[in-house]
Design a protein around this ligand. Structure first.
Ligand code: ZN
Length: 186
């Protein structure tokens, strides 16, 4: 079991398209295991490799007590739409009404390199669309209507996790004076 740190919005890995998997090897199976462990520990309904800092087209889900994973997916979406609240582990404690296709047929590969087809509706369809967006460098707030997106951006700026990340990223470097007046580094 290897739970990884989940990258938060603001990290460039979340807005960069991920590369296709070429080698279906032991490392890939470890990645699927790490993604699954991290998702279950969060807990979450889905997690994509870029969210743990790995820029590959791999994601996992945990919907209706069924664990799954998919590699190098391509999606067919229904015309029928679903409305519902959606959140993301990279945007802690925020969720917004997000339109998605009601059904999806996803083709791809499993971690052993075997071709698989996954058909889902409702929450599974939503999870597969959300995670496929992640590997294309798209985050769910990009899918919101304009007004909701404005609200989301404000909520993000007001959130503790976003201001913490900003503070860490832009903290001034404090130099220790070589001539400390008190004999201690300041
Ligand atoms: Zn997400």
């Amino acid at each position: 079991m290897s739970v990884q740190e989940i990258r938060l919005f603001g990290d460039p890995v979340l807005t960069t398209p991920a590369a296709p998997v070429v080698d279906f090897d032991k490392e890939l199976r470890k990645l699927v295991q790490d993604l699954t462990d991290t998702m279950v520990a969060a807990p979450g309904a889905g997690l994509a490799a870029p969210q743990i800092g790995v820029p590959l087209r791999v994601f996992v889900w945990d919907v209706d007590e069924q664990l799954g994973h998919l590699i190098n997916p391509s999606l067919d979406l229904s015309d029928e739409i679903q409305d519902g609240e959606e959140g993301c582990l990279s945007f802690p404690s925020l969720s917004y009404p997000t339109r998605r296709a009601m059904r999806v047929v996803a083709k791809g590969w499993n971690m052993h390199g075997e071709p698989i087809t996954v058909e889902g509706s409702e929450l599974l369809a939503r999870a597969i669309q959300h995670e496929t967006d992640h590997i294309n460098g798209i985050v769910f707030i990009d899918r919101l209507d304009e007004q909701t997106r404005k609200t989301a951006m404000k909520d993000i700026r007001d959130s503790d996790w976003f201001t913490d990340a900003l503070t860490k990223g832009s903290a001034p470097i404090i130099k220790v004076s070589p001539h400390s007046p008190f004999g201690k580094g300041l």
